[in-house]
Design a protein around this ligand. Structure first.
Ligand code: PXP
Length: 240
């Protein structure tokens, strides 16, 4: 059965918009776990636009399985080695991007990435590399000592025509098969939604899916009626 990792970054995005205590990503993580999520994912970005250092510390203590998305920088590597999440997913990071764009260039940064993998693995952290579904990147990933790769599903998610979607799905399937053959565990994520997830979930080599934005977006809508009713109840009680 495919595992589900839920990324709660955007709960923190809403909180940071008001610098308020709510909504709390930890509370969201507990609810996600209760609903059956296998792991909780957060991305501690260099600019701290959503998740803060203290969130990672608290989540580490309280959730069953924490997957920390992180850039390969000295500052974040030090934090990861100290906090020791269950898993670290290395991602490329650009300051201006709205979300992670493209996978890691493992072939072009083999030495730097291998060093980071070694440091993290020494602390007992499982390391995954977020890569495009490209055979060269898969092959290079095996040389770094990482145990896992996460295949970037963004191009599949964004493809407008059926032809392009099918082509992207084939690329992902091929990369997943090759990664598994080379001994890597395979996960996938980015841009997955309630509409496009099922074809990716059917790829047998993919053991874990990591989803954030669309689940948080849906959670807001699913919870809206309940939230308004609760507020109305309070107002009526006060007035009555
Ligand atoms: N996997 C990785 C490596 C990511 O960087 C992200 C975005 O934070 C996701 C999965 C989740 O993507 P989305 O928010 O589009 O579901």
């Amino acid at each position: 059965m495919v595992r589900l990792g839920v990324n709660v970054d955007h709960v923190a995005t809403v909180r940071q918009a008001r610098r308020a205590p709510e909504p709390d990503p930890l509370e969201a993580a507990f609810l996600a776990q209760e609903a059956g999520a296998d792991s909780i994912i957060v991305h501690l970005r260099e600019d701290r636009r959503h998740i803060q250092d203290r969130d990672v510390k608290v989540l580490r203590k309280k959730v069953k399985r924490l997957n920390l998305e992180m850039a390969v920088t000295e500052e974040i590597l030090k934090i990861a080695c100290k906090i020791r999440p269950d898993q670290a997913t290395l991602v490329p990071e650009k300051r201006q991007e709205l979300t992670t764009e493209g996978g890691l260039d493992v072939t072009g940064n083999l030495k730097k990435i291998s060093k980071a993998v070694k440091r993290l693995r020494k602390k007992g952290i499982i390391v995954s590399l977020f890569i495009d579904p490209n055979l060269k990147q898969v092959k290079a990933s095996t040389k770094t000592g990482a145990q896992m790769v996460e295949l970037h599903t963004g191009c599949y998610a964004e493809a407008k025509s059926k032809k392009k979607k099918d082509k992207e799905l084939t690329r992902i399937s091929r990369a997943a098969r090759e990664a598994k053959r080379l001994g890597l565990e395979v996960s996938a994520g980015h841009g997955l939604t309630y509409r496009n997830v099922s074809r990716i979930a059917k790829i047998s080599e993919i053991e874990e899916l990591n989803i954030g934005h669309n689940i948080i977006a849906r959670a807001v809508m699913v919870g809206m009626k309940e939230a308004v009713k609760e507020m109305l109840d309070l107002i009526e009680r006060r007035m009555g």
